[in-house]
Design a protein. Structure first.
Length: 356
């Protein structure tokens, strides 16, 4: 039987009898002639009528229309699902680009709220709770430095020269609470130390970033306690990478650090064959540093250098001063930080109690 679909959706029948010869089938091969003299088909309807027709042989357009539309409807549903999936992916991509309140990625975490992303104030508000002031006391006197909380139970990274030779270490968090800390491990060759607060919990740990992804010209923020001024925030850019900075590894470096935070001390270091801010002594070590023009002053040692997403990319460790006599004049925009990837690689040894 042959059907044709008119524009109004009605079906036109090529023959008035809705039933074809049951022995003939729907279509015969061209070589099989049809005998017009064959008797008419039996009066009773076939056991199962053809799809799309009622048992009385009359067409059933509504059902045909419904069946004909199932394909497009199903297709539209599938397209809607795909569109929803694409839309979700697009939303996720936009969120990754604009940043949510806390959006994780493979190499970086946005800890700055999206409304304040890319601002110094946003970085300061998000990261300041993870930066502490450290007061170290030894037989030679006392000094002030900074540190970065890396676990919520009070593990803190700082410079070795901040706590070297200390008999007592006190820590003050950004909310004013004070803790006693013990030195867990030190690495004088990298100028790093790990200390642990006693009876601490619920602290805000900093997000450690990827210093290998840092580029010259990137904006950065520094937070520390210069001259004993807790939670001081400065900003600048990354001025250079892989600077060879040489510092002292002597235990006597603590004596050279005395008075830091009250304008009386400078951390000595060597760069380009010249010594700055004091004598580095006979035993030294050299590491690759991030150079920044963010203002660093005595007391910033051990504090954080932070990218604009709020990730720690370095531990501030040294600052340049033209002469010792002019040390009290403050920063001249030449500061150096230990890359955070160096810190992360050294953490297992520090946690194991390294003392070198």
């Amino acid at each position: 039987m042959t059907e044709s679909l008119r524009r109004n959706g009605e079906y036109e029948h090529a023959q008035e009898n809705p039933y074809e010869n049951p022995y003939q089938g729907a279509r015969q091969h061209d070589s099989s002639p049809v005998n017009p003299e064959w008797p008419p088909p039996p009066a009773q309807p076939p056991a199962q009528p053809y799809a799309g027709f009622a048992a009385d042989g009359q067409p059933e357009p509504p059902r045909q229309r419904r069946r004909a539309r199932r394909g497009p409807v199903a297709l539209l549903a599938a397209v809607a699902i795909v569109a929803a999936a694409i839309g979700g992916g697009t939303a996720y991509g936009i969120q990754e680009l604009t940043g949510g309140d806390t959006v994780a990625s493979a190499t970086s975490t946005n800890v700055v709220p999206s409304s304040q992303k890319g601002t110094v104030s946003g970085v300061a508000k998000a990261v300041s709770p993870s930066i502490v002031e450290i007061s170290a006391t030894s037989n030679a006197g006392s000094s002030t430095g900074s540190g970065v909380i890396i676990t919520d139970d009070g593990e803190i990274i700082t410079n070795n020269h901040v706590v070297s030779g200390a008999s007592s270490v006190k820590v003050r968090t950004s909310d004013g609470k004070q803790y006693t800390a013990e030195v867990v491990g030190t690495d004088s060759k990298k100028d790093l130390a790990l200390i642990k607060l006693e009876d601490a919990s619920g602290l805000k740990a900093a997000s450690l970033g990827d210093s290998d992804a840092v580029g010259v010209g990137d904006q950065v923020v520094a937070i520390g306690s210069p001259e004993g001024l807790t939670g001081t925030v400065t900003s600048g850019i990354v001025s250079a990478l892989d600077r060879d900075v040489t510092v002292s590894t002597d235990e006597g470096q603590q004596q050279q650090q005395q008075g830091q935070g009250q304008g009386g001390g400078q951390w000595p270091f060597e760069f380009g064959g010249q010594e700055f801010n004091g004598d580095t002594g006979s035993s030294t070590t050299t590491y690759k540093a991030i150079q920044t023009d963010a203002s660093l002053n005595p007391g910033n040692s051990g504090g954080a250098l932070i990218d604009m997403n709020g990730n720690i990319i370095g531990i501030n460790s040294a600052m340049y001063s033209a002469t010792e006599a002019s040390a009290s004049a403050g920063s001249v925009g030449l500061g150096f930080a230990i890359p955070i990837n160096t810190v992360k690689a050294d953490l297992p040894e520090l946690r194991a109690g390294a003392s070198n």
